[in-house]
Design a protein around this ligand. Structure first.
Ligand code: NAD
Length: 415
């Protein structure tokens, strides 16, 4: 069977359940989603009405309301959203915020939509999904193919439909700051990735300022991580996006590259670089490879050729279990996705608190709390992996699953 997001996440869970010796009943409860909703949406766009499908999955609400991003991608399936929602369940648990795991998705290609059409699609999704969204139910955020503008439209659509200026509680995170969003949310996932890389580098006797980085994906996560790493003196030698890949072994100027992407929508064509094949980036020699795009990018076909000391999983589920085994043999230090990219959901939690408490949390406080939480959770995971002689992925999953198991037993199995 071909690997997909769900098969990867489910296989990793099954292995963890065996390691932890979980009972059959709890394995069953933890391996199926609590709720799966499929919604038909028919927005009227400039070229006419389109008919597509959207999904909301609340995988778990054991530790709190289900939290997870809204993805927009053409080939999206319900199974993908289930896998991503399951992964969110472990991510909120490892980063220790009182949320469960959820995810939503719209099966459309965002790059084919004008900004006006995208707004219509997002509002159509929100109108139809409204009864499944709420501060105590499911709280979306940006994910692949969506951004803070889309979250602003979700927020407006919900408050408009309630006939109020502001909603009671936080219905969506990653909104523009002017609408109650929090400073630093947009960069939080990328900055969190950088905190993890710094901590991993220290364990390996390395330092970001002397390291080279290859990054797949230059969106919310990849670009923010590139900026954070460059600020600490790291050299970004190659970057890829959906349109192609570029490299410059002396280092790409991230600020200028950002400007180029704003103007051209792709990294391709950046002046101080050479274009290379998209798949070549996984074979380039570097200190750290940062997948920050799609899932299933590092597979048993390309893992053997990877030439990096660290892999920092900015993306969700970028490594298949087959690849994992090969990378383990090669002694590559992997910072697993549920830990590495959890900075976004942590700062979403701060946004949720800010809105619920009618508070204002400034960017300095956001950044220092993010740094503290990422470092603490990285070290907890690292210490567990050393003590139990297991990989960072196994350690992160074991800690996270144990917390959800404890929550499940504490709630009880009734009714
Ligand atoms: P985004 O849409 O902002 O950017 C995605 C980037 O990846 C773009 O540069 C795109 O061109 C590139 N890309 C997409 N498919 C590709 C492919 N097949 N090959 C090469 N490049 C490709 O998305 P994002 O929000 O940055 O999310 C990236 C990854 O990080 C996803 O896996 C997402 O689930 C995960 N993630 C995002 C957040 C967040 O806060 N946005 C949090 C946690 C995890």
């Amino acid at each position: 069977m071909k690997d997909n997001i769900y098969s990867t996440v489910a296989e990793n869970f099954q292995k963890a359940a065996e390691r932890l010796g979980l009972e059959e009943t709890i394995i069953k409860k933890l391996s199926i989603p609590k709720e799966k909703i499929e919604i038909c949406i028919t927005p009227k766009l400039a070229e006419g009405i389109v008919s597509t499908v959207a999904y909301i999955v609340r995988f778990s609400d054991t530790l709190g309301p289900s939290k997870g991003g809204l993805r927009m991608a053409p080939d999206l399936t319900c199974e993908d959203i289930v896998g991503l929602a399951m992964e969110m369940t472990w991510k909120t648990a490892i980063i220790h915020v009182p949320f469960g795991g959820g995810k939503s998705g719209i099966a459309l290609d965002p790059t084919s939509l004008s900004p006006e059409d995208k707004e219509v699609v997002v509002r159509s999704f929100t109108r139809n999904a409204k009864r499944h969204i709420g501060p105590e139910i499911y709280i979306p955020a940006p994910d692949m193919g969506t951004n803070e503008t889309d979250m602003g439209h979700i927020s407006d659509c919900i408050s408009f439909s309630e006939g109020v200026a502001i909603t009671r509680g936080c219905f969506v995170t990653g909104k523009p700051q002017i609408l109650g969003g929090i400073a630093g949310r947009k960069q939080a996932t990328g900055r969190g990735v950088c905190h993890c890389i710094r901590a991993a580098a220290e364990k390996l006797g390395l330092s970001i300022k002397d390291m080279s980085f290859v990054i797949q994906g230059f969106g919310n996560v990849g670009a923010a991580a590139a900026h954070a790493l460059a600020r600490e003196g790291g050299t970004i030698t190659a970057v890829a996006d959906i349109f192609g890949a570029i490299c410059n072994e002396n280092g790409l100027n991230v600020r200028e590259l950002d400007q180029h992407v704003c103007e051209n929508n792709t990294v391709v064509g950046f002046s101080e670089s050479e274009e290379i094949g998209s798949n070549e980036i996984f074979q380039l020699e570097c200190d750290c490879l940062l997948p920050a795009a799609a899932s299933e990018q590092i597979t048993s076909s390309n893992a053997a050729g990877i030439n990096a000391r660290i892999i920092a999983e900015g993306a969700n589920s970028p490594t298949t279990p087959g690849a994992d085994a090969i990378l383990d043999e090669k002694d590559i230090f992997i910072i697993p996705d549920i830990l590495c990219n959890a900075g976004g959901v942590f700062v979403s939690y701060l946004e949720y608190v800010q809105q619920t408490q009618h508070e204002q949390i400034g960017e300095t406080e956001v950044n220092s709390r993010l740094a503290e939480r990422m470092n603490r959770c990285f070290h907890q995971t690292y210490d567990y992996s050393q003590k139990n002689r297991c990989s960072m992925r196994q350690a992160a999953l074991d800690i996270a699953i144990r917390r959800v198991v404890e929550g499940t037993y504490s709630r009880g199995f009734h009714p």
